[in-house]
Design a protein around this ligand. Structure first.
Ligand SMILES: O=C(O)C(=O)CO
Length: 290
């Protein structure tokens, strides 16, 4: 269960114990610190909270920037990302965590992907605070699909692939896998990977065995993907699975996704399935008894 999106009424350091109390033995989390290099004291406090609760950290996101203000990863920001890799791999190593999630990062203004809103999205293209939409202010110079935007995207891709390769090498030292995730463009309008195909393309470009897909079934379903088909055809390329229902990002069964079939398929999946849904109030896990 994901400690960044569940138990949010509790301080972070109390959430591992709450998860244990609720019967979980494994937890995952987004990077929980404000920057890429938290103090040793903060790292030790988190480690102790997890160890003292007796739960296993099974997946950890690298620093993804200021998520609350729209950041979605740092793969294209080399200095910040590489600094964080050492810290995150160190923490994961000490806690026996074997999955590290590297969110790609928002496309820069001027990229084709800064216009990534899905059909029907309620939010404007540049809904993330501080984002710009150059093609609307300078017609022709940065329009989606122009030579300039393609250069921006290709440059970012080269940097992201190199940084992923670096992270994967460091992760290999602790026997860990780095995963790459596609997000839905309704909630993440500037995130450039919005399908499993696009995420797998990046993974192919890195070309290392310990770089795999994070199949977040909620994000993928929200983008119209056949998630059952994905589990059938790409199981060997999936390093981690996360679930929530669509619409609403609530618990499985709260929306319209085919969770009976999904869980039947996941019956043979050997990794952990992260519960990454939002829930307020009691009864967050009642669906598991039904
Ligand atoms: O930002 C999100 O929605 C995620 O799933 C991050 O891992």
């Amino acid at each position: 269960m994901n400690l960044s999106i569940l138990f949010t009424d509790l301080p972070l350091l109390e959430r591992p114990a709450a998860a244990a109390e609720a019967g979980f033995t494994a937890v995952e989390m987004w990077w929980p610190f404000d920057g890429p290099t938290p103090s040793d004291r903060d790292l030790r406090a988190l480690q102790s909270a997890i160890e003292d609760a007796g739960v296993q950290l099974v997946a950890l996101n690298f620093d993804a920037g200021d998520m609350a203000n729209g950041d979605r990863g740092m793969l294209t920001q080399t200095d910040r990302f590489l600094t964080n890799v050492d810290v995150a791999v160190g923490l994961a190593g000490r806690l026996g965590c074997r999955i590290l999630n590297a969110l790609y990062g928002n496309a820069a203004p001027g990229s084709a992907h800064s216009h990534n809103a899905a059909p029907g999205s309620a939010r404007p293209h540049n809904a993330v605070p501080g984002s710009a939409c150059p093609s609307s202010t300078h017609p022709g110079s940065g329009a989606p699909g122009s030579a300039r935007t393609r250069d921006v995207d290709a440059g970012h891709r080269r940097v992201a692939v190199a940084n992923l390769a670096h992270a994967a090498k460091r992760a290999a030292d602790i026997g860990a896998t780095v995963v790459v995730e596609a997000l839905n463009s309704h909630e993440n309008p500037r995130y450039p990977l919005t399908s499993s195909r696009q995420a797998l393309e990046v993974i192919d470009q890195v070309g290392m065995d310990n770089v795999k897909l994070l199949a977040d079934l909620y994000h993928l379903h929200r983008m119209g993907e056949d998630v059952l088909g994905l589990l059938d055809t790409q199981a060997h390329r999936i390093g981690h699975v996360q679930v929530a229902d669509d619409p609403g990002r609530g618990y499985p069964g709260s929306g319209r996704m085919p969770y009976t079939e999904i869980f039947n398929k996941l019956g043979t999946y050997e990794g952990h399935v992260g519960l990454e849904y939002r829930h307020e109030g009691p009864g967050a896990f009642d669906w598991r008894n039904g």
